[in-house]
Design a protein around this ligand. Sequence first.
Ligand code: COA
Length: 296
Amino acid sequence: MAEAASDVIFCTFDPARPGPYESYLLPHIPVQARLEPERFLGLGAAFGQYALAAAAVSFDRETPGQVLADSLFVDPEVRGQGIATQLLRLAAAVAAEAGAHTLKLSYILAGPELTAMDRVARKMGGDPAYVRPVYTMDSAQFRDSALLGRAFTAKYRPPESVVPFTDLTREQIEALYADPEVPWYVHPRNRTRMRPELSLAFLLEGRVAGFWLGSVSTPGNYSVQGVWRSPAAPVTTFHVLVAAHLNLCFYHGGGDFRYHCSPAVAFADELIQRYSEGKCRRLEEHAASIPLPYNE
Ligand SMILES: CC(C)(COP(=O)(O)OP(=O)(O)OC[C@H]1O[C@@H](n2cnc3c(N)ncnc32)[C@H](O)[C@@H]1OP(=O)(O)O)[C@@H](O)C(=O)NCCC(=O)NCCS
């Protein structure tokens, strides 16, 4: 069993002012912690003044019995020494002290790191389960693509049938929202993180007949929030939309970016494989629930 070196100290810190732990936290944590300071707590591991690892726990008013631990990152130099295990034990202690009955873990990883996290979760009495795939790709990898490379050239212009959501009229939006063909899991109304200025609609005879919803989490990290094409739209609709969306992200961020997608259904999974020509990195989101109080 991995055991943390005895001279490593474990502590809590304010994630709104993470100091040396900043580079170990996902960038949205300090931002959210500044907005909702009472909701987040940082957990850190350090050797003297040097930070080695961090994680965040969040308390949700709507689920007071549950505390979520995520954003766990251990410096590659000190992995395999029990630091993740110790940080999650600290998370369990913090959550139990706050009166929670469950510590929830959520992580998006691949390969040995995913195995390591599943292992820690199981050892703590959790039941790690697959949630969904998460694909990630660097936009530079699209440049040589016969299908999508043109989206990165100065000559590229999206066709007139493709417009940003911000250009849709109220009537077009209302007709789209009332369209019973749009599945609930990609419906723009339910995709709370979608950003209209980064989302594109495909128009057919003045009506929205397809869309590609986008978002940005941190600078340079764009994601796909949902895609849809009406049966009436041409079969090439997705191809047109994905090229236009890559072009939009490229100009929005002013250069290369990372592109993330998490398909909800098998057809979207196939779509990603087709357009990325199998080059995207596949990670998995796993979740686990650890019953509290946690005892060795
Ligand atoms: C996954 C991660 C947290 C593990 O941290 P760690 O400090 O090395 O983990 P621990 O030393 O506590 O090991 C946990 C368990 O996994 C096992 N393990 C660790 N590394 C492993 C590897 N590469 N392969 C297989 N098992 C491994 C350990 O042996 C231990 O099990 P044991 O106690 O039965 O021996 C670390 O690799 C990491 O930070 N990866 C990047 C995470 C990331 O990208 N986070 C972004 C936000 S989600």
